[in-house]
Design a protein around this ligand. Sequence first.
Ligand code: AMP
Ligand code: ZN
Length: 449
Amino acid sequence: MIKVYNTLSRSKEEFKPIEEGEVGIYSCGPTVYNFVHIGNLRAYIFADILHRTFLYNGYKVKHIMNITDVDDKTIRDSRSNGLTLKDFTDRYTTSFFEDLEKLNINKEEYIFPRATENIDGMVKLIKKLLDKGFAYKAEDGSIYFAISKFKDYGKLSGVDFERDTKSRISNDEYAKDEAHDFALWKAWDEKDGDVFWETDIGKGRPGWHIECSVMSEDNLGQPFDIHTGGIDLIFPHHENEIAQSEAANEKTFVNYWMHNEMLMVDGQKMSKSLKNDYRLNDIIEKGYEPLVFRYLMLFTGYNQKLNFTWDALEAAKNGLGNLKNKILLLGNDIGEVSASLVDDFKNEINDDLNTPKALAVLQEVLKSDITNADKLATVLDFDKVLGLRLDEVKSETIDIPEDVIKFAEDRKNAKQEKNFELADSLRAKISEAGYEVEDTKDGYRVVRR
Ligand code: AMP
Ligand code: ZN
């Protein structure tokens, strides 16, 4: 049984699929006007762990992630760079896919629809909303959703406009009949240049929210199982998706809404606008493997705020290094996966993706009294969910001979037993072999001299 925290019911629920043995997931993807930052990547790592957990439980997974390749920012920045919208957004889409690959998120297992390739579907849905009286055309030709017509508005986020008159509703999406009505369609104006579509509902381009209603239904139907995104999208984006889809089709849009907490820096949300964002490449340039970042993310539940620091990344690097060393010492024989340890692991990961506890079970495997071959098999089995490429440990560390790693392990034990003489002699042996052992906060690291 898989349990997930559902933002809609504000409780942890047992997951029940629409189709037995299958799950449909829709994850809000990037707006490709710039490079994604590691906060965004936290959201995609969370979605990937969800994806892998269902696979691990024998589900067939259909996973959609949209690429927002038209909006105010993509238009503004492509024009100021003198590029077509497509050339401009392609550059960042490619870079985004490279980041996924580096984080062992298998792009081949997802479908990535692009907003600009789904304009017809959006026009169709907007027409339906106009016909049903949920949408209206403003003087300039833009089309808005009339929030007051949709009685369930606010059920996801708890927002209540009559109660909360305070205006967090400040941007240009809200300039209409009612302050909070949002744009489904934006009529062309000069600053859009050559970015527009001539359609039955006029010349213009879609608002942001409508693409997710359309691309999810096209690929997964309505209702579908799980929708993910960061908590910053609950309002207004996901609230608006619900309004559009449920008003148009008069049925539930999504059964389970799952939201990841934010990656923070110095107590503030990491975001481009605050200029406190890092890219995956910044991490790589400082000498960290991308999977060290993935490992760091797994130490905190997706539903907890997480403060990013370089010290924490350094600790994750050492932790992952130690884990790999231990795996290297298990030898090359792959035995049987331990059923009881798999049960323990599933109990944690199936409990709303409790990755910190799942990692603790991984350590239990290494400490257990099963054979090394069985440990290796079990660890590699867990890695189907964790995605740390632990199967590559052997080839990666090939240049560190096993006896050197054995010396280092023995030295660690000697130090723990306060046998410093033995520890020093082992250090000398490591050094003779052409390597250096460095002590770290969580253990040690062996490097070539
Ligand atoms: P955006 O491109 O801003 O729409 O964001 C893409 C995804 O990243 C969404 O699911 C956001 O909720 C998520 N996201 C944005 N900033 C952060 C952050 N600092 N920490 C975690 N997730 C984030
Ligand atoms: Zn979305």
